[in-house]
Design a protein around this ligand. Sequence first.
Ligand code: ADE
Length: 233
Amino acid sequence: MRIDIVTIFPEFFSVLDVSLIGKARQSGLIELAVHDLRDSTHDRHRTVDDTPYGGGAGMVMKPEPWGEALDGILQADDPGAGSSSVVIFPSPAGEPFTQAIARELALAPHLVFGCGRYEGIDQRVVEHTKTRATVREISLGDYVLNGGEVAAMAMIEAIGRLVPGMVGNPESLTEESHEAGLLEYPSYTKPSVWRDLDVPPVLLSGNHGAIATWRHEQQLERTRRVRPDLLSE
Ligand code: ADE
């Protein structure tokens, strides 16, 4: 998978050199490039924003640098096969990010993250990008961040670990929270007694059927208590 990120804060993404994503980059499974949006400006001040048409608070990101930056990134696509790129604009006004979306995007050969700042990007950039790629406007959740960078990073981590060939133990992916529409069961390790707290005895019983039943009950109880909305869907 290839990932391109467009941002005015390229240094944000230096953490992607470490951890699982860092390993995937070293092994060649994920090829990742970060592009400074200001490299696609042509004025002395490297301006990326301007006041909003129609008035209102804040600044809006200008379309021209975005157009030029995306031209360079999307041109590299195979022109014969139609675009296989998915361009993601993180935005609090987008569709909510879910494990299902992460799973879907993990199969795409090329992801581009366009990280907006201020009050967002001129909407024509989104409309124009739809003429040459699949576009998704995606929100991390119902709260407002200062820009798309942290949202892009969270999505890259969630997507990256699902890329085929990524994690050593595929079972750890299917048994975790959200994979079956339920939250994960609680986990324990040694010692069996810690500060007078026992590990649930069923986990020490060696009875695999009983353990599976207990874990499923825990998943249901936890989901009912913390996220009843997941059960009503
Ligand atoms: N940019 C600002 N807020 C955001 C959010 N909640 N999700 C994605 N991108 C954002």
